[in-house]
Design a protein around this ligand. Structure first.
Ligand code: SAM
Ligand code: SF4
Length: 333
């Protein structure tokens, strides 16, 4: 396939990775992600399956080789597996990797279909193995579904990476146990600092836990050896001698990683956000629904490269407004 002009931003960063949100809806209500009474978008505002497919193809044509489907919870969108199948056909034909980030609640049902469509690895978010804390954190009693989903994914041959948001006073004390559990089951685990995105019910600062502190704590317990391993994203890794597994750290607050940014995000309504932490956006839905969709989508992608900011500026302070009013569930985490 001929590749049109590659996507390169004003800071000479080549964009090869798209995070595409297929829905803003979710079957959990994680307290750090959204309020209990989250208002979801009317369905008509959300891109159709065909529009999502066209967006993905436009990016592949501009040299994007990795696509992660996300949300909201991607697996709550009923027709999403058809998109996975359609994009799976682009693997080896412009696309190197198709993956998704999921909360795992519906994975038991979809694991085989995902594997059959060419998905090899998925990320599952898991903040706790304690059913009571799971229900407190996500406001839903679904830990059993998630654990069955993870097991089904493994059985289907998918490599499962776990993502855990570190939360002071919530899962803080459980982090070493989560890491041991993950490594015992053959999963890599990556810890993530909570980001100030979207309004939530409580005070974000109460549960913000810098990973610098977590790392100090883990170093007092285990031998952590920095690893050269890179997954094409912002995570930095260590190998843990005692558990025999790899641990990642994503540190948007304590160690900015924007210089190596290779990605953009598209919401389920077709807004391309050039940076997770910024307001810069272009409207792909308007371009797709215009008289000259191909040309206008190409122009919108060029514009996105011009406006992509150099870095995010996250701070978590008591009483402060979020860096962006939109939650991760809208932008596509
Ligand atoms: N629902 C799916 C899931 O939870 O995996 C996909 C979307 S979710 C928005 C993607 C990731 O963003 C999850 O790992 C979640 O824990 C994380 N996340 C949500 N809000 C966050 C925040 N404010 N700061 C850091 N991570 C956040
Ligand atoms: Fe849903 Fe994922 Fe947000 Fe949790 S983090 S509420 S699972 S979108």
């Amino acid at each position: 396939m001929s590749c049109a002009q590659p996507l390169v931003d004003a800071f000479n960063r080549r964009i090869t990775y798209l995070r595409l949100s297929v829905t803003d809806r979710c079957d959990l209500r994680c307290s750090y992600c959204m309020p209990e009474a989250m208002q979801f978008l009317p369905k008509k505002e959300v891109l159709t399956l065909d529009e999502l497919h066209k967006v993905a193809l436009a990016f592949i044509d501009r040299g994007v080789s990795k696509i992660r489907l996300t949300g909201g919870e991607p697996l709550v969108r009923r027709d999403m597996i058809e998109l996975v199948r359609a994009l799976g056909r682009k693997l080896g034909d412009g696309l190197d990797e198709l993956t998704l980030t999921t909360n795992g609640t519906q994975l038991e049902r979809f694991a085989d279909d995902l594997a059959a469509a060419g998905v090899k690895r998925i990320n599952v978010s898991l903040d706790t193995l304690d059913p009571v804390l799971f229900e407190t954190l996500s406001r839903r009693n679904r830990l059993g579904d998630v654990l069955r989903g993870i097991a089904a994914a493994r059985e289907a041959g998918l490599k499962v990476k776990l993502n855990t948001v570190a939360l002071k006073g919530l899962n803080e004390a459980e982090i070493p146990f989560l890491i041991e559990w993950a490594h015992r089951h053959g999963h890599e685990l990556t810890l993530i600092e909570a980001m100030p995105l979207g309004e939530i019910d409580g005070e974000r600062a109460d549960h913000y836990l810098p990973l610098t502190a977590v790392r100090d704590d883990l170093e007092a317990r285990w031998t952590l050896t920095p690893s050269e391993h890179r997954s094409g994203g912002p995570a930095r890794y260590v190998q843990i001698a005692q558990t025999g597994g790899r641990l990642g750290f994503i540190t948007p607050l304590t160690n900015n990683f924007c210089a190596g940014c290779n990605r953009v995000r598209v919401t389920a309504t077709g807004q391309l956000y050039a940076c997770l932490g910024g307001a810069e956006q272009v409207d792909l839905r308007a371009a797709l629904r215009s008289d000259a969709p191909d040309a206008n989508v190409a122009l919108a992608l060029d514009e996105a490269m011009r406006i992509k900011p150099e870095k995010h500026h996250f701070r978590i302070e008591r009483g402060a407004a979020p860096a962006q009013p939109r939650p991760m569930s809208l932008t596509g985490g």
